[in-house]
Write a new protein. Sequence first.
Lengths: 129, 129
Amino acid sequence: MVEAPRNTRQRRAVAELMEDLDGFRSAQQIHALLESRDQNVGLSTVYRTLQALADADEVDALRSDDGETLYRRCSRGHHHHLVCRDCGRTVEVEGPTVERWADRVAEENGFADISHTLEIFGTCASCRP
Amino acid sequence: MVEAPRNTRQRRAVAELMEDLDGFRSAQQIHALLESRDQNVGLSTVYRTLQALADADEVDALRSDDGETLYRRCSRGHHHHLVCRDCGRTVEVEGPTVERWADRVAEENGFADISHTLEIFGTCASCRP
DNA sequence: AGGAAGAGTGAGAACCGTTGTCAAATCGTG
DNA sequence: CACGATTTGACAACGGTTCTCACTCTTCCT
Ligand SMILES: [Zn+2]
Ligand SMILES: [Zn+2]
Ligand SMILES: [Zn+2]
Ligand SMILES: [Zn+2]
């Protein structure tokens, strides 16, 4: 049985902010956004809270190509992302065909305990000239 | 016109080592492997050389889930990887259907300049009880 | 309500992969 | 060889993340 986390001002602030965002953001961006809302939360706490939310499957985490971990409030269940490289706007996508293909390829090569990562990046309409 | 790189002992050592490996390795692992071959190469040089090889498309680079960049000598052309989580053994895989699916999904959502990442992880036959 | 127990917080230090610096070494050309 | 340009490598710096630990706050018990 896992202990329920305590209901602190900081956790509420982070969770509420995540509800309001619609793209992937780094921990540091989230920390800055909280300050601009006059909801100061220590950077360590932001990191810890985001990790906890990710572990609890309440946010998705993904690594940007320059090494930062980005977080976003997402719907539950397995899905992938179409992410705008400029503004971070994100569309959740599903690809049952891809899921099956990945599992089949892995099995054919004698691999077990299969998982996969798949992200699509591009420039969204409003970020184009 | 791009300048041809010089043929130095260090670049030769790294390139030769990469030929002999068949899984993804970090720059630091490669640096250590070179030492164990009595082919000492400075760590900075290992990093620079691997990046150059990756830019020249002679090795593939991929980010491990703990943030390290891993390198592997691969065949040319766009492909993806089926990687053993335990031993790093890697199978190159192609999925034309997936490529098309990703491009279509992105276009349908008004995204341009599309790229994607896709890796499959599992445990290979020889790493299982 | 009052208070004890212990989870949570945050300023700062530590960590770690990676990149930058720059004087010295090396390569290739003439 | 001799020269100029490239490359190297010890070391410092960087940036995101994690750790530390004294202090605070939530929770729960009486
Ligand atoms: Zn998601
Ligand atoms: Zn999937
Ligand atoms: Zn490859
Ligand atoms: Zn592809």
